[in-house]
Design a protein around this ligand. Structure first.
Ligand code: NI
Length: 132
């Protein structure tokens, strides 16, 4: 699995505009301003600091994919996203390590339409994999 590279850390926030200002005050720079993801019904904003990329994710409606997660976690990191140059190999290795796919690959408007898939592991929580 050494071919996985961290792309970003997904961070749930209830109020994306205020969270963005607070992250900027912490020294983050906005890499991509807020984009609405109409598939997942979330607002997404990317910020960077010290080589780390953080994705602020905020539910926009009660049927957003993260509506329940945010009740549980409130404002908190909740997934790490990886990219790989060999998606097929990564997916089979992840599966062998006990990761289960949540749904099927779907385009991510905030990533210029690149496709992503989410997976969960009973011991490692949720990850996201960019699959193209
Ligand atoms: Ni993400």
């Amino acid at each position: 699995m050494s071919n996985l590279k961290i792309h970003h850390i997904g961070y749930l926030v209830k109020k994306i505009d205020q969270a963005k200002r607070t992250f900027e005050a912490l020294g983050y720079r906005v890499e991509q301003d807020t984009v609405y993801d109409d598939i997942r019904k979330v607002d997404i904003c990317f910020l960077v600091k010290d080589g780390y990329r953080v994705e602020l994710v905020s539910p926009v409606s009660p049927d957003s994919v993260v509506a329940n997660l945010i009740k549980k976690y409130k404002n908190a990191p909740y997934h790490i996203c990886y990219e790989t140059d060999d998606c097929k190999a990564a997916l089979s290795a992840l599966s062998a390590d006990g990761f289960l796919a949540i749904g099927t690959p779907a385009p991510a408007p905030a990533l210029s339409g690149r496709k992503v898939i989410f997976l969960t592991s009973a011991v490692a929580g949720m990850i996201e994999l960019i699959v193209d």
